[in-house]
Design a protein. Sequence first.
Length: 309
Amino acid sequence: MNRTADSTRSSTRLLHQPMGLLWAYVGLTFALAWAAWIPAAALFHHAHRPALPSVTGGLVVLQTLGAVAPTLAAYLVLRASGRRDLIGWIGGRYRIWRVHPGWYLTAGLLTPAITLVSVGVRTLADPQFQVAPGSPLGEMLGELGMVGVALVFPLLILGQLPSSPLLEEFGWRGLMLPLLQGRWNALASSVVLGVVWGVWHLPLMVAHGDPIVLCLLLIVPQTVLMTWVVNSAGGSMLLAMLFHAGLNTALTTLYPGSWSLVEIVLTWLVAVAVVLWCGPGDLAWRERVQFPEGGDRHVHAPPAGRTQG
């Protein structure tokens, strides 16, 4: 009886430590997501991906169930740790919307722009390269043309918001990023988060037949860029969701039918430029977003609605 009580107290104390909270969050997020995604990988594996695989209803259900894991895990570990105040703090960051319009454009369009530039570079460098007619980008260009695609593009990004950006970001950029940035600088935190975020997707990569190494090489610099936007916008969760939506659009709707190192190299170059410009400490011209340590209830974030530069 006493051993059980001591174990419970020890677990509770662990959850009150930032790293204990972080480990509990990561472990629960993986457990919840992979419980749905490992069956998805076993049932819907595609060895090749000339274009996006036909998504069946079963895969959509399992993929969505797993995507809820980051937010659900964050809520559960914060309640278990007694830090319900941080649940409210993360929720308050969804009301940070008065940011410079340039950050909205950057969040939504940066990764799609890199994808389109990479397609252009491949077209110029390789006369044999062409956008696969059956790929998402090829089908859109065939039906709408370049002007039509440009006109509907904002709607494509907005249409992504209710999916994984809404389901995941409370956990990744809401909880995990501030926890990491309380221990390490913004660049190191982004690399750690990017690796964790990438590995977390492994069963889905198998299910969709994506090249695992290339995906991991791409998601790390994308995470660095996302941290730059979020920190620059005072931790705005709306900007985190918008960046995630743009990233999803780049990976799916703008997929030209084949993967290439060109997009990865371009993404790394942009990420390196951002690091050199803003510095690795905060990846922004302001203090990085982080939770307090110990019992301090003050949180380092601007009040909701404050205008950001």
